[in-house]
Design a protein around this ligand. Sequence first.
Ligand code: IMP
Ligand code: MG
Length: 185
Amino acid sequence: MHEDVERILFNEEQILAGIDRVAEEVTRTYRGRDFTVVSVLKGSCVFASDLIRRIPIPLELAFVSASSYGAGTESGDLALNFFPAESEISGRNLLLVDDILDTGRTLARLVDELRRRGAAEVRTCVFLDKPARRAVDFRADFRVFEVADLFVVGYGLDFAGRYRNLPFVGALKKECYERSASTAR
Ligand code: IMP
Ligand code: MG
């Protein structure tokens, strides 16, 4: 698995230091208010589980799973595979947590959907941000690291379902994704 990685971008120590910084910002934002961390499956499960353990104030946890279709089309339809119950959304302050903000389509659509379903407030927190790839106007409220336009894996991020369990973030060797016919995004 490691031999498929061209180079390490963020090691475990750097990741935990970055998460500490963002956890403090999140704590300052929500101190004294009820909020729910909504982890976008599957990619953000590793990040969300480290992040919540560095936030020392009360919070609830929920999960959402969505696949965005039509990248490159106008529609950008969002298939909701799994969504929190209405009672977990309506009137709540939500912090939507994702692994990486790429084109921005997935998070933009999820934020709209959560607002449509009655969330009091929706903010977003991403582990990685790839601003060079943005296709819609979208900014995360919190982000741990910015990355260049490279395909990255590890720490929850996959290629074709693999590499999520790497404890670091690395750039995947070109031959690994060119070898595969699937784009797996
Ligand atoms: P978007 O912002 O709607 O384009 O999609 C974000 C999703 O695309 C993420 O949640 C990832 O699943 C996937 N993705 C985008 N860039 C990468 C990458 O470099 N490595 C792994 N997954 C990625
Ligand atoms: Mg993915």
